[in-house]
Design a protein around this ligand. Structure first.
Ligand code: DNO
Length: 400
């Protein structure tokens, strides 16, 4: 079977074991040294220890195939004081990872918050739960819990009015859960934010508008691309999730033209995209099949996931649908990835295989109440992977 099937594993603390991952049928592990704060160089010893854990826990069946994420610090994103040291630490980590045999490194360039949801367990009609981003609830957080200056100016009037009504109805417990959900740092995010910490982090972007942020991203890539090329690394930027501005902060990797601008500015095969259909799919004009085809040679990693939007507007509310449900043509995306793999193979490229992972999953069956990492339940992801594997097998059979 083509397209390397991987699984995100959060390290020894993950409630899902490597033996579970084997039973799900994945052949590669996606992980990171989550205990290293952004800006601190990863050490060869810790990288080796993680590789050994993976080999030992899976009886040698699995290995670490993708780094997600090597986080880019706020200092690099804003070009703050200590920029040089942070870039140096990043390059040191890249060197150590390459030395250990890792080649694919995912990162993102979202200011302050990584992926953001307002409800981690929204009930679905089938009895399971899914994650949801609700624009009105998020606005209630922004206006009344964070009490951000200027929040109203960044929100459409109808959202402001609805947020006022929603906040008035919320219990204290719901308000607390909402702050924790937005600010508490979902898996893979760089930091855990208190409200004050969040306000300070936002203030660091006072002079960073969208153009500045995009330029800072290009500067960052220009700094690391020559090294990545030399080391044989493939850097791949994850899209903004959700793919529109939040908290008055610019987001500049939200649509095809954003990727085009950055990937053209740093035109290196070592610099590319993490195709996340769930993130991009939350913006109605993002046609993920077209994006997969247009950016194919620069796609180094894929997150396959589906969303259903409440409205075709930007910004909008959405929930995480089943992998083959939702509004993205998943069969079309998988076909595009498989065509690209075939093209690379015909060129004899060593990076022909594009690692993918079933991204997120709804909580179903024994996932419910099991307290796994939000978005990363065992059964929901296993179901997503099985469905995607079925799509791949079907597509492959048609070419025989
Ligand atoms: C969420 C993930 C993201 C992703 C980072 C990549 O589930 O897809 O947190 O890991 O944005 O840097």
């Amino acid at each position: 079977m083509r397209v390397q099937q991987t699984w995100r594993w959060f390290g020894p603390k993950d409630a899902i074991t490597l033996q579970d991952v084997r039973q799900a049928g994945a052949t590669g592990i996606v992980t990171a040294l989550h205990h290293f704060p952004a800006g601190v160089a990863w050490t060869p010893a810790e990288i080796a220890a993680r590789q050994e854990e993976i080999a030992r826990g899976s009886d040698g069946a699995l290995s670490w195939s993708v780094v997600e994420s090597l986080p880019v610090s706020e200092t690099i994103k804003t070009q703050g004081a200590d920029l040089k040291a942070h870039l140096e630490a990043y390059r040191t980590s890249m060197e150590a990872l390459a030395e250990a045999g890792l080649q694919v490194i995912c990162y993102n360039f979202m200011p302050v918050l990584d992926w953001t949801r307002t409800d981690l367990h929204a009930p679905m009609r089938h009895g399971g739960t899914a994650m949801r981003f609700d624009l009105v609830t998020f606005a209630a957080f922004d206006m009344y819990i964070l009490q951000r200056d200027g929040a109203r100016d960044d929100l459409p009037p109808y959202v402001q009015a609805a947020a006022e009504a929603r906040f008035a109805e919320m219990t204290e417990a719901e308000k607390l859960t909402l702050s924790q959900t937005v600010g508490a740092g979902l898996p893979g995010s760089v930091d855990q934010w208190s409200l004050d910490g969040l306000r300070q982090a936002i203030a660091a972007y006072d002079d960073v508008d969208a153009d500045r942020l995009r330029q800072n991203h290009i500067d960052f890539l220009s700094e690391i691309a020559p090294l990545a090329e030399r080391l044989g690394l493939r850097m791949c930027c994850h899209p903004d999730d959700p793919p529109f501005d939040l908290l008055g902060l610019p987001r500049t990797m939200s649509k095809a033209s954003d990727y085009a601008a950055v990937l053209e500015a740093v035109d290196s095969p070592a610099v590319g995209m993490t195709l996340c259909t769930g993130s991009l799919g939350a913006r109605y004009e993002n046609d993920c099949v077209q994006i997969a085809r247009d950016f194919a040679p620069r796609i180094h990693f894929a997150h396959l996931r589906n969303v259903t939007r409440d409205t075709d507007t930007v910004p909008c509310s959405f929930f995480e649908d089943e992998h083959l449900g939702g509004q993205t043509d998943m069969v079309g995306v998988v076909a595009a990835l498989m065509d690209e793999e075939a093209r690379r193979r015909s060129e004899g490229r060593s990076d022909a295989e594009i690692p993918m992972r079933p991204d997120h999953g709804q909580e179903i069956l024994s996932d419910l109440g099991a307290g796994m990492q939000p978005g990363y339940p065992a059964i929901g992801r296993l179901k997503g992977l099985a469905e995607l594997r079925g799509v791949m097998a079907g597509l492959e059979a048609r070419t025989r």
